[in-house]
Design a protein around this ligand. Sequence first.
Ligand SMILES: [Zn+2]
Ligand SMILES: [Zn+2]
Length: 413
Amino acid sequence: MTSAAARTALDLTADLPVPDLEDLYRDLHRHPELSGREHRTAALFAERLKQAGYDTAEGIGGTGVAGVLRGGDGPVVLLRADMDALPVQELTGLPYASGTPGVMHACGHDLHMTWLTGAAEVLAAGRDAWSGTLVVVGQPAEETGGGAAAMVADGLYARVPRPDVLLGQHAAPGPVGLYPHVPGLILSATTDVDIVVHGRGGHGSRPETTVDPVVTAAYIVTRLQTVVSREVAPRESAVLTVGRIEAGTAANIIPSTARISLNLRTQSEAVRDRMVAAIRRIAEGECLAAGCPREPEVTMGGSFPATVNDAETDRRVADVHREVFGEGTVFDPGPAMGSEDFSRLAADGQPYSYWFVTTTPAEIWDAAPGGDDLMARLDALPSNHSPYFAPDLSAVGPGVRTLVAGALSHLVG
Ligand SMILES: [Zn+2]
Ligand SMILES: [Zn+2]
């Protein structure tokens, strides 16, 4: 027995204009734009939404685009894709490889935009088959972590109806044709932290007249290693990595400052808050112990929230995906340590579902070492952000279908 939502999704996507969508994908891939500068991508998306009959708003939170299609009584469903590329030099050798040196769609956001454009057009053409309001969002600056928050702060929800439910998806390595869903925590939170230690500089031969910030920074880095091992419960997952330490100009000069940059990955906001408090305490404590003339500056850099699917919403979408694509295509891979800012669009804490669509070409998957060990094979493939990341064109249709099916799981009742 098939649900009405699955039947409608199969009907509406039976004749997808795949060659047109592949052209769009190749065009976006050839013209990648860095975070916050997605002008061309945004204009293309807005134009196609207008042609499909959407009311559109542009320039939200930078280059953000939103489209609204009203289809009578029913819930407001928001579909989101991110638009930005990465500062990566493409090495795929594809005929439609990036034409911009040093910039590449290495995370598949070009595919996300293609999927969302296709889904928006399909749902507009089939608007008699569903009831409710559809909001589609092209979001800037996902990679730098600020895009979703910027759209909300810039009045996204004064221009489009507030959603009852939000849906998003991401391209991921794995043989084309799988739709991993997690009914809870799916992606980790991450935070960058910068610490500036203020000492007192002077001659390397006269340490007694100085407060050496290099030594204090070294103590801070060492003591930070106890945050995960001694302050986070063993049942929690967390990572603290000091990725940069910077001080001084010459061997015989004691510098006046030292800088430390670190990155945290956590799976709950509570653990993150606890780690940030520990970092502040350790930095301040070491500076006090060393007699620094000023307290250290501890500043938060870019951060991403944890992505935690609403179990009921995710199950509803996953059930329709299972009906549309087949029983073995939907499975729970558990949470990943990557991060997303999608959940910030759920500004009132609305339920959302975020899932993956696998995009590795069949011949590359079949040739990957690892045999039956799925994780070993995944480790052997170019991941997102690799200069070799190259989703297969055969993933264009499935990602449109997943979004359409996801929307209809809430718009057909
Ligand atoms: Zn990315
Ligand atoms: Zn991404």
